[in-house]
Structures are given as structure tokens and as C-alpha cells.
Design a binder for this molecule. Structure first.
Ligand SMILES: Nc1ncnc2c1ncn2[C@@H]1O[C@H](COP(=O)(O)OP(=O)(O)OP(=O)(O)O)[C@@H](O)[C@H]1O
Ligand SMILES: [Mg+2]
Length: 306
């Protein structure tokens, strides 16, 4: 559906994208995840033919991005604007008029799309009076009016409450089941887990691209949960084998090197510091652990010295 080959883009001296290659298959929910300034919006703008790449090629549906029919692509930008003094229905009509959709089609489609996005019954409410979650749904409804094949959604759930985020994702799944391919960026790791495949981008470069499970398999660390009456958050910082330590009220989440003796090491270390009674368990890494690990700069492996 979407193919991006060695795309680079600079703004002055800032390199926003560096030889980025990504393929999105038809029917996928494909996630773009990366910290602020990683290049997610820049990539999406190129897919939507709003800016050109300096180098490399982007094709959408087999056509250069510049030739892909605009109405087949729905774009929800990171900072979209709704007309606050227009109602939901009026905002949608205005959007439809930009695509020269006639009145009958606009009416039929807006009924259909409002049903999908759960806004039926609110047509006459002013956009200014909508909750954050409802505003996002209105933007999504508008972007769906042309019945696009590909939806490009730039951080659509940013700042939205958890319940509304869940609802928004249920809508995305429904759209996806009806055949729409979805490219979505998100700062939320739990949402990365909901995508079929995820590209992790950092400083304009692709760090990894795989299914959430595939990404977890690239993680060659383990996570150990320690329960003890310890109140010092830095207790395990100097323990051998511990790469990172997070403290949550008498419970630690330790990122450790893979090592069969790690439980013994942790117990001896705690005992040495006066804590005999600690409980250790392996827990599965969260997406957050995986991304922190994959995005961390690592030195290239040195050849073994003989
Ligand atoms: N029009 C522009 N002019 C100058 N620099 C830009 C422009 N657009 C993006 N950049 C820079 O390019 C880099 C990538 O920005 P981009 O907006 O694509 O990142 P992002 O991953 O979407 O970040 P965020 O999570 O904050 O939205 C940043 O360093 C940004 O400051
Ligand atoms: Mg952005």
C-alpha cells in the first residue's frame, strides 16, 4: 500500500529523516513510534504529498505520492483545526465541500461515518463545546468523508483520556476490518502494542520494524520484579548485572542482563546490604522496556580478542 525507500529530508541543518525505508501492507494498522522530533510528522506529510523528500522515493498504492488521488487518502494532522463556532454537522459539511462532495452524498456519508465514530445525536453541538475525545472523533469523521483507502493519523489520541483512547482504537479496528489501511503515530507505548506492525524511529532513522511480539523478541534483557521492604529507590543501582532500575513503592522493576545466576546475585547483594527477605520474579517486558532498550545507542560489537 505504501512504500518508502531510503527517504531523507533536512530542514536547514536539521536532518528530519535519514534514509528511511518503510513498507506498509494493504490492510495493516501500522504504527510509527518515536520520541519528539523523531521525524514522524515529516514522514506523514510526505506520504500525504504536502512536502517533498530531498532524496528517496515514496509510493502510495503503487503511484508516486504526488499522483495518488487525494480523496483516497484521509489525513488527520497532529494539530488540526476545527471551526469552534460551527456545529459537528457544519464542520463535516464544510470539509465535504472542500472535496466537492454533493449534498446528498454528504448527508448519507456523514450519517454513516457519525454512526461509526459514535457521534450520532451530537450533530448540532458546537465544536467548541466538545470534549477532547469527541473533537478527535469529529476530525476522524471529517477525514473519512471521502471514503479513503488509507488513513494517516498523526498522534490522534494525544492528550485524550484513557477511556476515550480505548474507544478511539475500537473505532480504528472497525475501520480496519472494513478494509482501510491505517498509518498511525503515537507517543503511547500501550498503543504500539495494538498495531499489527510498528516502526520505531529515532532521530529520523529506523531503529526497528516488526510486530509488537517480534520487537519483544529482539529484547535480549530480562525484567525482574523485586518485592521487599526496601525504601531506598537507588538500592540496586550498583548491583552487578543490573542495567536499569525503576522503583515503585517498595517494588523494583530491574532490567537485567540475561544470566542464570541473576537471582543469586540479587539475593546476595541484598543480603550484603542487610535485606534477607526479598521476593524475585521474572516479568514480561513492557513495550516501554523494549523501546528504551532498542533505541539506546549501543556500541558496535567488538571482535573477540584471542
Ligand atoms: N518545517 C520545519 N522547519 C524546520 N524544522 C522542522 C520543520 N518540520 C520539522 N522540523 C524538524 O525536523 C525534526 C523532525 O520533526 P517532526 O515534526 O517530523 O518530528 P515528530 O516525530 O513528529 O515529533 P513530535 O512527536 O514532537 O510530533 C525536528 O527536529 C523538527 O524540529
Ligand atoms: Mg509530530
Amino acid at each position: 500500500m505504501l512504500s518508502c525507500h531510503e527517504v531523507s529530508k533536512s530542514f536547514g541543518t536539521t536532518q528530519a529523516l535519514a534514509e528511511l525505508s518503510i513498507q506498509v501492507n494493504k490492510g495493516e494498522i501500522f504504527g510509527l513510534v518515536g520520541p519528539d522530533g523523531a521525524g514522524k510528522t515529516t514522514f506523514m506529510r510526505m506520504v500525504c504529498n504536502l512536502i517533498d523528500a530531498d532524496m528517496g522515493t515514496i509510493t502510495v498504492g503503487g503511484l508516486p505520492a504526488s499522483r495518488y488521488p487525494r480523496e483516497r487518502l484521509g489525513y488527520m494532522p497532529q494539530r488540526f483545526s476545527l471551526y469552534g463556532d460551527l456545529t459537528i454537522a457544519e464542520n463535516i459539511s464544510f470539509f465535504a465541500s472542500l472535496y466537492s462532495l454533493d449534498k446528498n452524498i454528504t448527508r448519507q456519508r456523514s450519517e454513516e461515518m457519525l454512526r461509526i465514530t459514535g457521534l450520532t445525536g451530537f450533530e448540532n453541538r458546537l465544536a467548541d463545546n466538545l470534549s477532547g475525545g469527541m473533537k478527535q472523533k469529529l476530525a476522524l469523521t471529517s477525514a473519512l468523508m471521502t471514503r479513503p483507502e488509507l488513513m494517516v493519523l498523526d498522534e490522534p489520541t494525544y492528550g485524550v483520556d484513557p477511556e476515550s483512547r480505548k474507544e478511539f482504537w475500537q473505532i480504528l479496528y472497525r475501520l480496519n476490518e472494513s478494509g482501510i489501511t491505517i498509518l498511525i503515530s503515537t507517543p503511547y507505548m500501550d498503543e504500539a502494542e495494538l498495531c499489527h506492525r510498528v516502526a520505531l524511529i529515532n532521530s529520523g532513522k529506523l531503529v526497528a520494524c516488526d510486530s509488537p511480539l517480534g520487537l519483544k523478541n529482539l529484547f535480549d534483557r530480562q525484567v525482574v520484579e523485586v518485592r521487599a521492604g526496601i525504601i531506598d529507590p537507588y538500592f540496586f543501582d550498583l548491583c552487578p548485572g543490573v542495567v536499569d532500575s525503576s522503583y515503585y513503592s517498595k517494588r523494583f522493576h530491574l532490567l537485567v542482563e540475561v544470566n542464570e545466576q541473576i537471582f543469586d546475585t540479587l539475593q546476595e547483594y541484598a543480603l550484603h546490604k542487610g535485606f534477607a527477605d526479598i521476593t524475585l520474579n521474572y516479568i514480561s517486558p513492557s513495550m516501554e522496556d523494549v523501546f528504551a532498550f532498542l533505541a539506546e545507542p549501543r556500541l558496535p560489537k567488538q571482535p573477540d580478542v584471542v
